[in-house]
Design a binder for this molecule. Structure first.
Ligand code: GDD
Ligand code: MN
Length: 384
C-alpha cells in the first residue's frame, strides 16, 4: 500500500488541532485506500498545541509531531516536514495541509484518489468547477485572491493550471519531491516559498491534476498571512517567470547587437571603398561571427562549445542556419510585399523577423547548435 504523509504546519493552533485529529485521522483516514499518516510540524507554539498532539499520538500510531528546527517561518516548517517524511517515514507521497479547517478533511480522499490513479502532483484547486473560496469573504478579499492568482498564472505562463497559490497539494516523492533542492528554495521563511515549490513540482511531475477544493473560512484564531507575505509571493513569481525567459531575452539582445555590428561595418567597408556586394557580405559575416561568439559565451554558456575542431564545425553549422534565416527572409519578405504592398514593407519585415526568423533561429540554436533542447528526431537526422 502507498504511504502518504500529510504535513501539517501548525503554530498556536491548540484550538483547532484536537478536533482536526479526530476528524482527519479518526474519521477520514479509514475511508482512504492508502497508508495515511499525519505529521504535525510545530514552531514552539505558545499554547497547548504540542502537548495536545503529543497526547493524541500516544494512542494513534499514525500521528506524530515534530518541531521545525531553529529557523522560523512557514517554509522552514514544510522543509523540515518534507525531509522527515522522506528520510524517516519513507513516504511515497506527501500532502500540504493547514491545521485550521480551511482545508476541510473531506477533501483529502479525492486528492489521494487522483494520486492513486497516476497523478504525480495533485493541486487542491479553488478556481475550477466544484471549488470555491469562502462565501463570507468580503468582495475585496475575493478580488485579491482571484487577481493575485491570475497574475501568477500569467507571469509563470501556466494557463492550464487554475490555482497556483493554494496551500492544499499532494506531491509524489520519487521523481518529483526528491529531485528538488529543498535547502535552496526561494523565500523559505515565508508563504512565498510555495510558488517556487509549485513551479519545480510542475516541472518534475509527469502528470499534474487539479481536484476541486471548497476553501473554508477560518473559524478559530486568525490568519498568519499578511501584505508582506503577499508581496514576497509576487516577487518569487516574477523572478521565476523572468528566469524562465532569461535565455530568450539574452538571445534577443545578442540578435540586436548583431544588427548593430552589421549596420556599422556596412558603413565602414563602404567608406573603405569596398564594392556594395562585398560590403554587405563582409559586414553580414561579421554579425554572424559576433552572434556566434556572444551566444556561446553568454546565452548558452551552460552548453559552451570549446576546442578548435568543435568550434570550426559548429561555426560552419551556425553559418548554415544563418543562411537559412536569410532564405526565409528573402522568400517571405517579397511575398508579403506582393500581398500587402510596398507601403507595408516595415510591417512585413517586422512580422517576418518577429514571427519567423527569431523563432527559427531560437529553435536552431537550442536544438541543433548548442543542443539545450533534447530532441531525438534531430539527433537521428544528424546521424544520417
Ligand atoms: N509550524 C509553523 N510555523 N506553522 C505555521 C507558521 C509557522 O511559522 N505560519 C503559519 N503556520 C500554519 C498555520 O498554523 C496554519 O495551519 C497554516 O500554516 C496556514 O496558516 P494561516 O495563518 O491559516 O494562513 P492562511 O490561511 O491565511 O493562508 C492561506 O493562503 C496561503 C497562501 O496562498 C492558506 O491557503 C495557505 O495554505 C496558503 O499557503
Ligand atoms: Mn488559514
Amino acid at each position: 500500500m502507498q504511504k502518504i504523509v500529510i504535513i501539517m504546519p501548525a503554530w498556536n493552533e491548540a484550538d483547532n488541532i484536537s478536533q482536526m485529529i479526530e476528524e482527519l485521522v479518526d474519521r477520514e483516514f479509514p475511508k482512504i485506500e492508502a497508508n495515511m499518516y499525519l505529521l504535525v510540524v510545530d514552531n514552539h507554539s505558545k499554547d497547548q498545541e504540542f502537548e495536545i498532539v503529543k497526547k493524541a499520538s500516544e494512542t494513534r500510531k499514525n500521528v506524530q509531531i515534530i518541531q521545525q528546527g531553529d529557523k522560523s517561518g512557514l517554509g522552514w516548517a514544510y522543509i523540515s516536514g518534507f525531509k522527515y517524511a522522506m528520510e524517516k517515514l519513507n513516504a511515497d507521497a506527501v500532502m500540504e495541509m493547514d491545521a485550521d479547517f480551511q482545508h476541510p478533511p473531506r477533501f483529502v480522499k479525492p486528492m489521494v484518489e487522483a494520486y492513486l490513479k497516476g497523478a504525480s502532483y495533485v493541486i487542491g484547486s479553488r478556481y475550477i468547477k466544484g471549488g470555491s473560496v469562502p462565501q463570507e469573504w468580503a468582495f475585496f478579499r475575493k478580488a485579491v485572491s482571484f487577481f493575485g492568482n491570475l497574475f501568477i498564472r500569467i507571469v509563470l505562463v501556466k494557463p492550464k493550471i487554475h490555482d497556483l497559490t493554494t496551500g492544499f497539494r499532494l506531491t509524489k516523492v520519487k521523481g518529483v519531491l526528491d529531485k528538488i533542492d529543498l535547502d535552496n528554495l526561494m523565500e523559505p521563511g515565508r508563504f512565498a516559498h510555495k510558488v517556487d515549490l509549485l513551479y519545480q513540482c510542475i516541472k518534475n511531475a509527469k502528470k499534474v491534476v487539479e481536484v476541486p477544493l471548497e476553501f473554508a473560512p477560518r473559524v478559530k484564531e486568525k490568519s498568519k498571512f499578511n501584505t508582506k507575505e503577499m508581496v514576497a509571493t509576487f516577487k518569487v513569481a516574477i523572478i521565476l517567470g523572468l528566469k524562465d525567459k532569461q535565455r530568450f531575452i539574452k538571445f534577443a539582445f545578442v540578435g540586436f547587437a548583431g544588427f548593430i555590428v552589421n549596420f556599422v561595418f556596412l558603413r565602414v567597408f563602404r567608406s573603405l571603398g569596398f564594392a556594395e556586394v562585398l560590403a554587405w557580405a563582409f559586414s553580414t559575416e561579421f554579425a554572424i561571427t559576433n552572434n556566434y561568439a556572444l551566444n556561446n559565451i553568454w546565452t548558452f554558456r551552460e552548453a559552451k562549445i570549446g576546442g578548435f575542431k568543435k568550434t570550426a564545425v559548429k561555426f560552419l553549422q551556425f553559418n548554415a542556419t544563418s543562411a537559412g534565416a536569410l532564405v526565409i527572409q528573402s522568400v517571405f519578405g517579397p511575398l508579403g510585399v506582393a500581398l500587402f504592398g510596398t507601403k507595408y514593407d516595415f510591417l512585413v519585415l517586422a512580422f517576418v523577423v518577429g514571427f519567423m526568423v527569431l523563432p527559427y533561429n531560437y529553435f536552431m540554436y537550442n536544438a541543433v547548435i548548442w543542443k539545450t533542447w533534447k530532441l531525438p528526431f534531430i539527433d537521428k537526422l544528424q546521424k544520417k
